[in-house]
Design a protein around this ligand. Structure first.
Ligand SMILES: Cc1cc2nc3c(=O)[nH]c(=O)nc-3n(C[C@H](O)[C@H](O)[C@H](O)COP(=O)(O)OP(=O)(O)OC[C@H]3O[C@@H](n4cnc5c(N)ncnc54)[C@H](O)[C@@H]3O)c2cc1C
Length: 397
């Protein structure tokens, strides 16, 4: 007998199948029955972070030296499966905020900062946020104005951050502050504990992502030890840019997973719902619409996964001196926009084919429709992604 070499996709190894099964059980038993209540409450319970920590889900994609294990592909697998099993991108945003808040500390922070903030966060004991956006600037990160002035062994921080995910619950905020002059070279990252005097938080209400709390955080002469600086002064912008790949890809994964979930939900609905004496699925126009939904979602998944593998193989841009190849930077932007475009179209069609039920609070496709809207705004907007692509095409302004 000739042995036939079969190619196993890295997304489908035995270990990742086991991981998927674990995440599916966790989602179906410990998330889905409560998700509507958390949406209404406007936040996730801390206990859920502890449980995700116990299961090892929060440590994935973090370096072992900081208490992490597994790779980025494992954390993307978790994101996919959480959504496919009935979770949502809002849930991913609220439960895995540490994925944008803690990597800078893990990679560039002192051992003391890693012990105080990263390890307990990966165990689910602390909640972290990332504070970059300000009322006056979002896409233009280099224009932040929150000021950190050195005073002895401390910085005194004054300014405001807004749209901060998990900001009402966070124990600490990895905050972009201006320690130097104007422009990107003057930006640093400082970990600010939220129980320090002068930190004030206001919850924001949003169109979607209801279970993921969001806050404006004002900083009024907050005294923060200089030891909370992450990496050297002036390295903040570079550290933020280093992370853009993982955030963009995570949002792209959330987008195609949401689209795939909506395809599944719509197929089940079209089989069961009867109009004019026959199931919706028997109408050619409906069958073709669902076929187009499936095609767009599948193409997005295939492209994002492909870029993901090349990004991981290329070192993710996070190692010292490990800048990403320019073509890969362009494709990260393409992958995000491709997945977001597919998702936007698919969630819209899913609501349409559900008829009036698709417009009702508590019906899953309605939640995905609202939640999907942020994916083309956060982590670099569609327009900023197009700018990245256009510049690579030689279309500089
Ligand atoms: C639910 C939610 C969660 C968020 N979580 C966080 C978080 O945890 N931490 C954090 O720091 N931020 C967070 N953000 C902020 C998010 O990253 C910003 O909203 C985003 O970067 C866009 O910035 P902005 O809102 O200031 O829009 P702006 O930058 O003001 O842009 C407004 C519009 O102009 C377009 N635009 C901007 N510049 C250009 C240009 N040069 N050419 C063409 N078009 C342009 C944009 O694409 C957009 O359409 C969150 C936002 C939301 C809504």
């Amino acid at each position: 007998m000739t042995a036939v070499a079969t190619h196993v996709s890295p997304w489908d190894t035995d270990e990742r199948r086991e991981l998927r099964a674990l995440v599916r059980r966790f989602t179906e038993r410990e998330i889905v029955p409560h998700l509507e209540g958390w949406e209404d409450a406007g936040a996730l319970p801390r206990e859920l972070h502890r449980r995700a920590g116990e299961l090892g889900l929060l440590a994935l994609g973090f370096p072992e030296a900081a208490g992490g294990e597994g790779g980025h592909l494992d954390s993307a697998t978790v994101t996919e499966e959480l959504i496919l099993a009935g979770g949502s991108s809002g849930l991913v945003a609220g439960l895995f905020t540490h994925g944008i808040a803690a990597p800078h500390i893990a990679l560039h922070g002192s051992p003391e900062l890693v012990d105080r903030f990263v390890r307990p966060t990966l165990r689910g004991e602390l909640i972290g946020s990332l504070g970059i956006t300000e009322p006056g600037t979002g896409s233009d990160v280099a224009a932040i104005t929150t000021r950190a002035v050195r005073d002895g062994d401390d910085y005194v921080v004054t300014g405001a951050k807004t749209f901060i995910t998990s900001g009402t619950r966070a124990d600490f905020v990895t905050t972009a502050v201006r320690t130097g002059g104007p422009g990107h070279r003057g930006v640093s990252l400082l970990v600010i504990e939220t129980d320090r005097p002068g930190v004030h938080r206001t919850a924001l209400r949003k169109m979607g992502w209801h279970c993921s709390d969001t806050a404006t955080i004002s900083l009024d002469e907050v005294r923060v030890p200089a030891a909370n600086l992450v990496g050297p002064e002036g390295s903040g912008f570079r550290q933020i840019m280093e992370r853009f790949g993982s955030e963009r890809l995570s949002l792209a994964v959330q987008a195609y997973a949401t689209a795939l979930r909506c395809v599944e939900l719509t197929i089940a609905w079209a089989r069961q719902r009867e109009t004019f004496g026959a199931p919706l699925a028997s109408r050619q126009v409906v069958r073709h619409r669902i076929a187009q939904m499936a095609r767009r979602a599948t193409v997005a998944r295939t492209y994002v996964r492909d870029v993901f593998l090349r990004w991981e193989a290329g070192g993710t841009g996070s190692s010292p001196g490990g800048a990403l190849a320019p073509d890969l930077v362009t494709e990260l932007a393409m992958a995000k926009n491709q997945a977001v475009e597919a998702c936007d179209w698919v969630v819209d069609q899913a609501v349409q084919l559900h008829g009036g039920a698709g417009y009702l609070h508590g019906v899953e496709v309605e939640r995905h429709y609202r939640d999907a809207r942020i994916l083309g705004i956060g982590g670099g907007t569609n327009e900023i992604m197009d700018e990245v692509i256009a510049a690579r095409l030689g279309l500089d302004g």
